[in-house]
Write a protein that binds this ligand. Structure first.
Ligand SMILES: [Zn+2]
Ligand SMILES: [Zn+2]
Length: 327
């Protein structure tokens, strides 16, 4: 597997050859339309009080739709795409796995196979040659730009499916993946039926943009700003305000212990996503939840960087193997 990764025509992490020739215009158009729709939620601020036009841009039903959907879809990204499908940090029923994958596919970050493939590559090659979204290129690239430029490794479902073979062989995940754009229109239609045009603007556009942007901050800001606790071989950081708005993505802790369901290690590192995974275990929906070594969590935080045992997490060992092959 590692040999295949090295043989791929990777983009260089510090040099994107003629990126303007490889722009994914479909993705750019989608992102642009969603941002314009999200910006329309601000229109009432510029209308005179009592304007009859306000009802096309705002309603309390639409705001509630936004709050509920951004929470469900955002949490599904964390405990579904990330901690379950990519890293298998806990076990659950298949129906719940498919539910999380379907809801997270509404976040305009590809379907479950694309998400898992790109994120596993990120862990294997973090901030090195072949990392899909290192901000070492530039901040915008790590934030959202990388999704707008075609990557030969992600040209077809079969090409990127190799990086997520376990997800790719599941027919339900392939179904969700194949029709990933359609689901956005279906949900936008449901939002329209519930709350009219304001429902589309708040429940579909603003909700999607909010999640795309905060997820982008994990890939960009959390690889540039914040504190480090462990001696990892990447640029990952724990950035408190990004962790709080992403319901617990303490990204540096996660790079040190990628197969842990728990990302917040110390009392100030609030991790709502892990608390939800834990709460779901009380009603039999999740089980076999993986956490960091108890000795690590029990010890007071040290000054200086802590070493992470190479064999503590299988994926980290694999990452180190890739580093050895590429050096
Ligand atoms: Zn990262
Ligand atoms: Zn991860």
């Amino acid at each position: 597997m590692e040999q295949d990764l090295i043989a791929e025509p990777d983009r260089d992490v510090t040099e994107i050859d003629q990126w303007w020739r490889q722009i994914d215009w479909g993705c750019v158009a989608g992102i642009t339309v969603l941002h314009i729709g999200a910006a329309c939620t601000l229109v009432p601020l510029f209308l005179p009080a009592g304007s009859p036009l306000t009802k096309y841009f705002f309603s309390w039903e639409a705001v509630i739709l936004f709050l509920v959907l951004q929470f469900v879809c955002g949490i599904s990204n964390n405990i579904g795409m990330h901690r379950l499908l990519t890293h298998r940090t806990y076990k659950t029923w298949k129906w719940f796995e498919y539910f999380l994958a379907a809801m997270a596919t509404l976040n305009w970050q590809g379907g479950p196979i694309w998400w898992v493939a790109s994120h596993r590559l990120h862990h294997r090659l973090s901030d090195r040659h072949g990392d899909p979204h290192s901000p070492r290129n530039n901040f915008f690239w790590g934030h959202i730009g990388w999704m707008m430029v075609k990557d030969p490794r992600f040209a077809t479902l079969d090409s990127y499916g190799r990086y997520a073979a376990d997800i790719n062989k599941d027919p339900v995940h392939r179904f969700i993946e194949t029709y990933r754009v359609l689901w956005h229109f279906v949900v936008a239609g449901i939002c329209y039926l519930i709350a009219g045009w304001p429902g589309v603007l708040w429940g579909a556009c603003l909700r999607t943009v909010a999640i795309v942007e905060v997820t982008g901050l994990v890939n960009s800001a959390s690889h540039r700003f914040g504190y480090r606790t462990f001696n990892t071989n990447d640029d990952s950081r724990n950035l408190w305000w990004v962790a709080y708005i992403t319901y617990g993505e303490w990204h540096h802790n996660h790079h040190a212990y990628p197969n842990s369901a728990q990302h917040g290690f110390y009392w100030w590192e609030s991790d709502l996503s892990f608390q939800i995974i834990t709460a779901l275990s009380w009603v039999g929906i999740t089980w076999d939840i993986r956490t960091p070594p108890k000795t690590l969590l029990a010890a007071p935080r040290q000054t200086g960087l802590l070493e992470v045992p190479e064999d503590a997490m299988p994926e980290r060992a694999s990452q180190l193997e890739v580093a050895r092959l590429t050096s």
